[in-house]
Design a protein around this ligand. Sequence first.
Ligand code: 5GP
Ligand code: ZN
Length: 112
Amino acid sequence: MDCLFCKIASGAIPVTRLYEDELVLAFPDINPQAPVHVLLIPKQHHTSLAHTSATDAPLLGQLLVAANLVAQQQGLENGFRTVINTGDDGGQTVPHLHLHILGKRHMAWPPG
Ligand code: 5GP
Ligand code: ZN
């Protein structure tokens, strides 16, 4: 499978594994957009959120549960932002579903 985040999930590409359970893995973004910028991925390949369905509800739920655990672990008690970019218009650049967790700076809304 020629997928960057599948290679990270399998350990073929080493990363700092900040959080991991049987379904998901968190690691630092290589190009951080905030003092804390963590990526959270399902270990199983899904190209994007648009490539999931109702049967993936437990996995999608675990992504949010884990996002909150990572936020607590990273000391984001003042708040944080979660982002899932989907497809071209969503600005997705890596075609493996991932959730961004950004914190330790104030983020404007709308994002532009
Ligand atoms: P997207 O634009 O698809 O929502 O986000 C992809 C993210 O993956 C970007 O924030 C980018 O910095 C990050 N990224 C791309 N390649 C790598 C990599 O090899 N390692 C890590 N840790 N992050 C990466
Ligand atoms: Zn993948």
